[in-house]
Write a protein that binds this ligand. Structure first.
Ligand code: GLV
Ligand code: MN
Ligand code: MN
Length: 418
């Protein structure tokens, strides 16, 4: 039986969620600039609204100490490990309205579609909204799912500083999440299975004219901070032969990163310096210090390590030639995740029964599922997004694509929940 997905409700809720943002909407049809940083007023308003939707659907809601929010549809055998689904609703600065949000609102609509159809799941089905999948505020992605999986030390997490030097502990307490972070980790038998719905964030499905991507692997992400200390001074008086300009050194390092990623000649290697902070940041002052954040990913973590080895060699050379010092801090260097064959098969079976075209694929973006995979069998369902564009205001998925994804998710959850 085809589960009745309410397409209009889904689109309407996606639009409403997009309204909780720190940036004015762009106004162009289908394009919304969304900035929703964890524990800001917009995030808190979005959380409150989401909880009201969960309650309307009769779900039992709980929140943990880092603000991960769990909405449970209780099954007929509530003591069995649950089947999980979910994603995130935070958004990087000037982002789109689909990244993460589809996995939360689509997960909710999948549950409601099953409820409408009178499905009575044996296992409970739990929808999770993870705190801070995006690294914007605390510098590390998947904060909530890392803690849930026990891969991030709670004391280290609580000490993470945001851009205003406020520790996570203080920020989360101010947002009303005052509990002990050691309680966030879930036991390995908490979920029997997990499936996350997400936009593809790449162009392959659209190029191939396919409706569903079935994720078999999630690439291995890593990120690093570099602090480059040079010698600053007056932009007029400090003569060129005497300079140790930290920004010029940083420019060389950024190009070395690009060179190292290209040098692997593998299409799966990517490396990005996405933030540059210049001190003191005045046009008439020679930069004395620069902070860089580097994101490097690969499907092959050994190859990712060779990129970093080459970057470090280039940094040693820059230090020597330019008389600067460079400090490196590893933020995270994660292993890739492999999907469960059984859940992949369940998703493919759902696609077949719904008559939706599909292919297997690797996720080059990271997702909370990367960490849920440490404690449960997982897989992911991708739907196409226009031009493969993501982390931009013009990110766009059609309501038909979203609906296809919700249908596949609902069938998969029904199958996994028994
Ligand atoms: C998630 O937002 C990622 O950067 O892959
Ligand atoms: Mn994202
Ligand atoms: Mn995402």
């Amino acid at each position: 039986m085809n589960l009745p997905v309410d397409t209009a409700k889904l689109q309407n809720e996606m639009d409403t969620l997009a309204g909780f943002t720190q940036v004015e909407q762009t106004g162009r049809k289908g394009e919304r600039a969304v900035t929703r940083v964890v524990f800001t007023d917009d995030d808190m308003r979005a959380r409150a609204w989401l909880k009201s939707l969960y309650e309307d659907a009769g779900l039992a809601v709980r929140e943990d100490a880092v603000g991960n929010t769990f909405a449970r549809w209780i099954g007929s055998e509530p003591d069995l490990p649950a089947v999980g689904t979910g994603s995130h609703t935070d958004a990087i600065p000037h982002a789109g309205m689909y990244d993460g949000t589809l996995g939360v609102l689509g997960g909710l609509e999948a549950i409601r579609a099953m409820q409408r159809a009178g499905v009575k799941p044996r296992r409970s089905i739990e929808l999770v909204m993870f705190t801070s999948e995006e690294p914007t505020r605390f510098g590390i992605g998947c904060l909530g799912s890392r803690l849930l999986a026990g891969t991030l030390d709670p004391a280290r997490a609580d000490a993470l500083l945001d851009k205003d030097e406020l520790p996570l502990r203080q920020v989360r307490e101010a947002a009303g999440f005052a509990g002990d972070l050691t309680q966030v980790k879930l036991p390995a038998d908490y979920y029997s299975a997990w499936a996350e719905l997400h936009i593809e964030q790449g162009p392959l499905l659209e190029c191939d004219g396919l409706q569903i991507g079935v994720v078999t692997h999630i690439a291995a992400p890593a990120s690093y901070r570099f602090t480059i200390e040079g010698f600053g001074g007056h932009a007029g008086a400090l003569l060129m032969p005497h300079r140790r300009d930290a920004l010029c050194a940083a420019a060389e390092i950024i190009l070395a990163v690009e060179h190292a990623a290209l040098a692997t000649a593998a299409i799966d290697t990517v490396a990005t310096v996405g933030t540059v902070k210049v001190h003191p940041g005045a046009v008439n002052s020679v930069p004395s210090r620069v902070d860089l954040e580097l994101d490097v990913r690969d499907t092959d973590p050994d190859r990712r390590d060779t990129v970093m080895a080459q970057v470090r060699k280039a940094i040693a050379d820059v230090q020597e030639r330019r008389g600067v010092t460079v400090r490196e801090e590893e933020v995270n260097a994660d292993a890739p995740a492999t999907s469960s064959r059984a859940i992949v098969a369940s998703i493919e079976k759902a696609c077949e029964s719904l008559g939706l075209s599909h292919r297997r694929m690797v996720s080059r973006a990271y997702h909370d599922s990367l960490f849920v995979a440490r404690i449960a069998p997982v897989a992911m369902i991708f739907v196409p997004c226009r031009g493969g564009v993501s982390h931009r205001p013009d990110e766009f998925a059609t309501v038909e694509a979203m609906t296809d994804g919700v249908r596949v998710l609902a069938e998969t959850l029904r199958d996994l929940a028994g």
